[in-house]
Design a protein around this ligand. Structure first.
Ligand code: FAD
Ligand code: DLZ
Ligand code: SF4
Length: 511
């Protein structure tokens, strides 16, 4: 035989570079391995989604007459690691070459480099062309810049891709319509009903496997109805473009109890694992704009998330690793409290988000950023613990995307590599953008004493705690001016109450 094409669980695309020039006699290797399921103890639903998607993808390749060697988790001889399974497959097939697409994570890239040393067959590592911006392109862009800002990167990407461009100018004269994307949800607005996808025999077998092997992992498998095949994923993408995209922009930052998705696309897991190509999602959104089916603020907002944020975040990861994961500029050392796993907290905003993520392995961006992330920042949780939590609980989480979002975006642990200031906020923001506060035992308008919202206490405690580091930041001038005007006794009270809240957080570290 000629080539052994090794396809990883987040490379489920017929156009992945490792499958280019597939020739007769080539074998595609895919494997479910224990190491990948337990380097962090992923949410049950994340494992189930990925295994179901992998098995469907393998079936689709086989249906096209491609030879697939698929190793299941419970196959007796399974060694439990990528390296072990690759070596076994080389023994089985005797390939002349192993062809892979570069992985999404640094640790797997190191593994691949080791294969080049250890294996007797040559290993070709190809670039991942699903991303619009190559590593070199990102380095060139970042070279010599004092500050790495997504907005300027995004404009380059717009010009390069031509999305929403009228010649050299942005459509409708503006690069960014974010100011129209901050509407709270009016009571009269209802979120559209999502299509659901029936569990077939392949997925049923995976759900049984995951329930049996990973019963003690976080999260629920109940009512699994997410797309797991290319056909379903495309159907779902089309539904989103036709139905939810038009309101995506306007209500992008809104949150409502019991409505986890609102107008968000819920596409990240499908894009990250390869079932949907980011370009096709953007192409369809751009077409909806051209055809007058979705307004500019929605389409620009959506395309910005994908060709802007998503690409930028990936660029940061590969530019900054391996040291990046240890970043801890604010010297945050507190352990993550148990309620991140149990969901048992009387802070209603957190309780809602934790219940949703347990059930579905999903929270939307503002929940991740301004509720949970903001809380992590204000409390000073250890960035390594926060990284692990985010990597575990979300079905779209891979280190390349989770880490910069956690380290740089929510925790400011990289000292502001790409965020101009910490995303710290008091209860006011959550109250404005959600209906969480209405049924909470705390009040967003109470600043100290009985019923004071912990976000209010923690916010000023955080600001005061980091005066030395943050006061010189021009974007924090108003905040520090307010702190300076505050009565010293009031600040002492706030900080004492914040401390007592922090002291009350139980962190057994059992998980
Ligand atoms: P939509 O709101 O519909 O957005 C459309 C698409 O844009 C998403 O599907 C995603 O592909 C992309 N996108 C949007 N924002 C970002 C961003 N900041 N970084 C990268 N891509 C983005 N996203 C992940 O895919 N995996 C993660 O592990 C992940 N961890 C995050 C951790 C934190 C602390 C924060 C603040 C954000 C994280 N995000 C992550 C980004 C974002 O929250 C999710 O991509 C989004 O919530 C997924 O839901 P959606 O598909 O409905 O997104
Ligand atoms: C996340 C994950 C899990 C849970 N299991 C597997 C697996 O068994 N086999 C596989 O090929 N990929 C899996 N993945 C995705 C990998 O962790 C991912 O490909 C690497 O982290 C590189 O991004
Ligand atoms: Fe969250 Fe505070 Fe609002 Fe309660 S009052 S939901 S704790 S922001």
């Amino acid at each position: 035989m000629a080539g052994l094409r090794f396809v990883l669980g987040d490379q489920l695309s017929r156009t992945i570079s490792s499958l280019d020039d597939l020739a007769a006699g080539d074998v595609v290797l895919m494997c479910e391995v224990a190491d990948e399921t337990r380097y962090v103890r992923h949410h049950k639903r994340k494992i189930a989604f990925l295994f179901a998607a992998m098995r469907h993808f393998a079936e689709e390749l086989a249906d096209r007459g491609i030879t697939v060697d698929y190793v299941r988790l419970d196959d007796e001889a399974n060694t439990g690691s990528f390296s072990g399974e690759l070596k076994r497959a080389i023994e089985r097939h005797g390939p002349e070459i192993v062809i892979v697409t570069e992985p999404g994570e640094w640790r797997v890239r190191q593994m691949m480099e080791d294969w080049r040393e250890e294996l007797e067959v040559p290993v070709e590592i190809r670039p991942d062309h699903r991303f619009l911006c190559s590593h070199k392109r990102f380095q060139d862009w970042a070279e010599g810049l004092k500050a790495l800002r997504m907005e300027s990167f995004y404009r380059e990407m717009r010009k390069e891709t031509g999305y929403l461009m009228e010649g050299d100018e942005p459509a409708e004269g503006q690069w960014n319509f974010d100011h129209s994307n901050r509407e709270p949800l009016k009571k009269t607005v209802t979120a559209p009903k999502r299509p659901t996808y029936a569990v077939d025999d392949t997925t049923e077998a995976v759900l049984d496997l995951v329930a049996g092997r990973f019963g003690n992992h976080f999260g629920s498998l109940d009512d699994f109805d997410y797309p797991v095949s290319r056909r379903q994923a495309l159907h779902y993408l089309n539904w989103f473009i036709d139905t939810a995209l038009p309101d995506f922009g306007t209500f992008q930052d809104a949150m409502r109890a019991g409505a986890p998705l609102l107008f968000h696309s819920h596409l990240s897991a499908l894009i990250n694992c390869g079932l949907i190509d980011p370009r096709e999602a953007c192409d369809r959104a751009a077409a909806a704009y051209r055809d007058g089916k979705a307004p500019i603020n929605a389409v620009e907002g959506f395309i910005r998330q994908i060709i802007g944020w998503r690409e930028f975040i990936r660029g940061i990861y590969w530019r900054e690793m391996p040291d990046y994961e240890r970043s801890n500029t604010l010297l945050a050392r507190r352990k993550l409290p148990d309620f991140f796993w149990t969901g048992e907290t009387d802070l209603n905003c957190l309780r809602q988000c934790f219940a949703e993520v347990r059930a579905s392995a999903y929270n939307h961006h503002i929940q991740r950023l301004m509720v949970i992330g903001n809380f992590c920042l204000l409390c000073g949780f250890d960035p390594r613990e926060v990284q692990a939590w985010y990597l575990i609980v979300y079905h779209d989480a891979y280190e390349w995307v989770e880490m910069p979002n956690v380290v740089g975006m929510i925790l400011y642990a990289d000292g502001g590599l790409f965020a101009s200031k910490p995303y710290a906020a008091s209860a006011n923001y959550i109250d404005k953008m959600s209906d969480y506060c209405g049924t909470c035992r705390y009040s967003p308008s109470v600043k100290t004493g009985e019923g004071a919202c912990p976000f209010n206490l923690l916010y000023w405690d955080f600001i005061a705690r980091h005066t030395e580091r943050l006061k010189g930041n021009p974007r924090m001038n108003r905040t520090y001016a307010t702190l300076d005007r505050m009565d010293a006794e009031k600040v002492r009270t706030i900080r004492a109450e914040a401390q007592s809240f922090l002291d009350g957080l139980e962190a057994s570290g059992d998980y």
